[in-house]
Design a protein around this ligand. Structure first.
Ligand code: NAG
Ligand code: NAG
Ligand code: NAG
Ligand code: NAG
Ligand code: NAG
Ligand code: NAG
Ligand code: NAG
Ligand code: NAG
Ligand code: NAG
Ligand code: NAG
Ligand code: NAG
Ligand code: NAG
Length: 829
């Protein structure tokens, strides 16, 4: 999703003040240089966790392990959905263990159990405990992060550091010499300000504080709450001695009370006047310059939070936990190895930083389940935030190298169907979040089924159940479809989701009729793909047919900018009587300077979610050949695509434009102009991505963008729920993708690679265009696409030979990417 705030001022915060310490980039640059002579590589040294922490990228740079349930980061004031932002005018309110990365919720998500180190020279009663009183600016240019490690220093010279395990971690605080360390621990606050009651207990003998309570969703109905718990061990195994301890309460209307020696708080929701602030306050004897805290988190109980800290951290030191986290990251990052010495340095940094984020979420909360999921024997992942964002490139990237993890997440999707009746669409904070396109989980599980049906049983997935889960999304209308399933009753009746339709049996937000139809249609194609794997001929026919519903919202009479490119025919929302409701196809495009709301909010009337009709009209990834016909043929399709980019309709900052619209910017492939896709991808990458904190064009969306960029750099593009990968021009001369479950390694060599081609505009005469492709010594059937089963499933060597002859290369030589209506996707592999 994009931001809930529709921002036209994104440029204003562009990092005039890059806050990460200059040593972060200097270290990465040095590590990439040193790789030339290294025998073993430390891939974590190439990762810049700060990419996307400015310019509304909403990335969490916090300390985490791959798919960690905890991500320790500071929480800052202002717009900071992931806790941290680089903006130096924002203040730190504390360091906390729970965060999501790359979510567009303007409210922010998690941020519970903040701890804030303080100096209280005048003693306990004078400590600045309330949110507003305790906030502090950072010491400029000292923020640090690397995989598994995070640190920030405040302008009073107190330094905070953290490292993590899956559900626990260690925090280390360094105080100025001679000062008495104080800490505020917050019971009530979270980023979305959603406290709904909880309690806190201090056990001074054990030196332990336990906290728990209920909070609301950051992207879902306010009526649902989740529970969370934490356990803070204060004594560092007896090396630290508590001095004072007590509790406090505060609000923004003058309440600022402290209870020295008190050990309990039990507070409920505050119905007037916002969150009633509260928490613990404690100090240490002997003015130690360093204080270590062990933190465990649980979604089950305080006991489990303490047990998690004990089992995952125990008495390990900060350095030991950090080294363990780093090793886990190296294992993940080394799934894709590139030829570092011969790859442009920025590409190496962009790729490994992207791969890092592509394994940062979703958050593995297995064994930490609540509500309907309590004690489920299945794996459980939190922050499937949202499937509409991640089906396009995130899971396809995972499918190439990590089937075990992918299967666990698929298991969690299927378990959602078992428990809730439909698969999760946007699980956020352990709660159902808002649906965006439809039931995009169908595409995710279909992608798994098409790639791993032979291994599914061994990976713990029952394909029949997987099919039933996806089938239910399409066939069974939930009474309320804002949080799961689809409005399938009227969609099936009319062949599209009608605008202003009488629906007597289900409710939901009456918007997005155009984009919901397009997404439902593609989801039906995904279900067809599963049916095909399972040899269910009737279902293949049914869902193939239904997947063509995208045609039913095509209004061939609508013209927009037609004078310059014959841009006739656009998707439009449509009444149940068949009439279209015209809305300007530019409405909600990046150049629309009139509309302010294109999200779920009430005045979104254009029929398309977070997007314009100009963008969404490219969306039929399974049947582009017919879309080309609707648009008047190859020549007008290409003209229109060029116009789409030159007129500024391409919204790089959000999914509809750049993800799994195989047409933007790789749509040229389908019109038999693959070299033009190569040019376009170079431009898109250089105009939208870089290695700075502002280096993302928008919200990372749980690494949807990171995985998109990874594919662009690797010269590949996935067609979700199929095993087809489009071939482009890699930004690196050589890379290997390891699949340790299949025991395969696939090395892709870019023969004729010229680093000069890696720029915004490929200089004329530079080799960059695909001349031919060879798979394990055999010339490939197409130079425009290949299949997972011929490449990554078997492993081996692929060569992509480049030429500088763009004209000669701008032709798929009769082997276009597949489309349903031209006989594509005819059988399962
Ligand atoms: C790599 O080793 C060679 C030979 O020892 C040396 O000349 C070169 O400077 C080294 N390169 C780097 C980046 O350290
Ligand atoms: C907190 O108080 C409520 C009543 O307001 C009670 O039901 C609950 O058990 C208490 N919780 C704890 C942990 O003491
Ligand atoms: C999630 O956690 C469970 C329990 O520790 C573990 O078995 C599983 O491998 C983890 N999966 C991922 C993807 O982190
Ligand atoms: C889909 O099926 C319906 C009903 O059987 C039929 O009327 C329609 O023509 C089919 N559509 C396509 C595109 O095949
Ligand atoms: C638009 O299409 C008409 C024929 O339908 C053609 O004559 C004209 O040249 C086209 N214009 C452009 C700009 O492509
Ligand atoms: C389209 O819908 C809007 C909102 O209901 C309405 O104001 C407008 O008159 C409709 N336009 C057409 C052409 O039906
Ligand atoms: C809105 O965009 C149009 C077309 O780009 C431009 O002419 C107009 O000046 C813009 N209006 C504002 C208020 O920026
Ligand atoms: C587009 O070009 C391809 C390859 O030449 C051709 O097979 C296809 O029929 C063309 N599409 C249309 C709509 O003309
Ligand atoms: C690498 O990225 C930095 C930051 O965006 C930029 O200043 C520099 O020009 C880039 N270098 C190359 C060779 O592209
Ligand atoms: C991969 O290799 C391991 C160890 O040799 C073996 O146990 C496993 O069955 C292999 N997996 C596949 C899918 O071949
Ligand atoms: C592949 O393309 C390269 C570059 O154009 C060319 O030299 C080579 O002969 C081609 N190989 C085949 C088998 O066509
Ligand atoms: C791939 O190439 C490497 C190095 O040239 C070679 O050792 C290996 O046997 C090749 N693998 C296959 C499957 O052809």
């Amino acid at each position: 999703m994009a931001h809930l705030l529709f921002l036209t001022t994104a440029g204003l915060l562009l990092s005039a003040n890059a806050q990460p310490a200059p040593s972060v980039q200097a270290g990465i640059t040095a590590a990439i240089k040193a790789a030339a002579n290294a025998t073993t590589l430390d891939y974590t040294a190439f990762v810049n966790p700060f990419i996307g922490t400015d310019n509304f990228g909403d990335v969490c740079p916090g300390a985490s392990i791959p798919f960690g349930m905890v991500k320790f980061s500071t929480d800052l004031t202002g717009y900071a959905p992931a806790g941290y932002v680089t903006d130096p005018t924002q203040s730190i309110r504390g360091l906390s263990p729970l965060h999501d990365s790359g979510t567009g919720s303007s409210l922010g998500t998690y941020g519970n159990f903040e701890i804030m180190p303080l100096l209280c020279p005048k003693g306990f009663d004078t400590c600045t405990t309330s949110l507003a009183a305790r906030e502090r600016l950072r010491k400029l240019n000292t923020d640090l992060a690397s995989p598994g490690y995070f640190s920030q220093t405040m302008n009073n010279n107190i330094r905070m550091e953290a490292t993590a395990t899956r559900r626990a971690g260690l925090e280390r605080f360094t105080f100025p010499k001679g000062s008495k360390p104080y800490f505020v621990l917050d019971l009530a606050n979270d980023l979305p300000n959603s406290f709904a009651g909880g309690s806190l207990n201090i056990d001074p003998t054990k030196g332990q504080i336990t906290i728990g309570g209920s909070w609301g969703s950051s992207f879902g109905p306010g009526r649902f709450n989740y529970q969370a718990f934490a356990c803070y061990d204060l004594l560092d195994g007896g090396k630290q001695t508590l001095s004072e301890y007590g509790v406090w309460t505060a609000d923004s209307f003058g309440l600022d009370a402290k209870g020295l020696g008190q050990t309990h708080l039990n507070l409920t929701i505050n119905l007037i006047g916002g969150v009633y602030q509260s928490g613990a306050l404690f100090s240490y004897e002997g003015n130690p310059t360093q204080v270590n805290l062990r933190v465990g988190v649980s979604f089950v109980s305080t006991d489990q939070a303490c047990a998690n800290a004990e089992s995952e951290v125990g008495s390990s030191t900060f350095e030991e936990i950090e080294a363990q986290a780093k090793a886990l990251w190296n294992e993940k990052l080394s799934k894709i190895e590139i030829d570092v010495p011969n790859t442009p340095a920025n590409v190496t940094e962009l790729l490994y930083s992207s791969l890092y984020r592509a394994s940062l979420t979703p958050n593995n909360a297995t064994g930490e389940t609540q509500g309907l999921f309590a004690n489920t024997p299945s794996f459980y992942f939190d922050s499937l935030y949202c499937s509409w964002d991640t089906f396009r490139t995130f899971y396809p990237l995972m499918s190439l190298h990590s089937p075990v993890e992918f299967a666990q997440i698929v298991d969690s999707y299927i378990d959602g169907w078992r428990k809730n009746g439909w698969m999760p669409e946007c699980r956020a904070n352990n709660l159902p979040g808002w649906t965006q396109g439809g039931s995009s989980g169908d595409v995710i599980v279909a992608h798994f089924a098409t790639h791993y049906h032979n291994e599914a049983a061994a990976l713990g997935i029952d394909l029949e159940e997987l099919f039933s889960a996806a089938w239910t999304d399409s066939e069974v209308n939930p009474p309320e479809w804002n949080i799961q399933g689809r409005q399938s009753n009227v969609y099936k009746e009319f062949g599209y989701v009608p605008f202003a339709v009488l629906d007597v049996s289900s409710t939901g937000r009456q918007t997005r009729e155009g984009s919901r139809t397009l997404e439902y249609a593609f989801e039906d194609f995904a279900i067809r793909q599963i049916a095909q794997v399972l040899d269910k001929a009737d279902d293949v026919a049914l869902f193939s047919n239904r997947s063509l519903s995208y045609r039913n919202v095509w209004d061939p009479t609508v013209v927009s900018d037609g004078f310059s490119g014959n841009c006739t025919g656009f998707a439009q929302k449509r009444y149940s009587n068949g009439k279209f409701n015209f809305t300007d196809p530019k409405h909600c495009s990046p150049v629309d300077n009139v509309t302010t709301e294109c999200s779920l909010q009430s005045d979104n009337l254009n029929g398309f979610y977070e997007s314009s009709s100009w963008e969404y009209s490219w969306f039929a990834p399974h049947d582009t050949a017919h879309l080309i016909t609707l648009m008047g043929g190859n020549a007008t399709f290409v003209k229109r695509l060029n116009h789409f980019f030159s007129a500024g309709f391409y919204g790089a900052g959000n999914e509809p434009s750049f993800q799994a619209r195989p047409f933007t910017p790789i749509g040229y492939h389908y019109a038999n102009h693959p070299a033009q896709s190569v040019d376009r991808v170079r431009t898109v990458v250089f105009e939208n991505f870089d290695i700075t904190s502002a280096g993302l064009p928008g919200n990372d969306d749980q690494a949807a963008m990171a995985s998109l960029l990874s594919f662009h750099l690797l010269g590949l593009y996935p067609v979700p729920s199929t095993t087809q990968y489009l071939i482009l021009s890699p930004f690196t001369p050589k890379y290997t993708i390891h699949n340790s479950y299949l025991n395969t390694s696939t090395t892709i060599t870019t023969v004729g690679f010229n680093p000069k081609s890696v720029q915004h505009t490929i200089p004329a005469g530079t080799a960059a265009y695909v001349a031919n492709v060879t798979i394990n010594g055999v010339p490939a059937a197409s130079r425009c696409h290949f299949d997972f089963y011929d490449v990554f499933r078997v492993g081996g060597n692929v060569t992509i030979e480049l030429t500088s002859d763009k004209t000669a290369a701008d032709d798929c030589l009769g082997a276009l990417p597949e489309s349903l209506s031209t006989g594509g996707f005819a059988s399962a592999r």
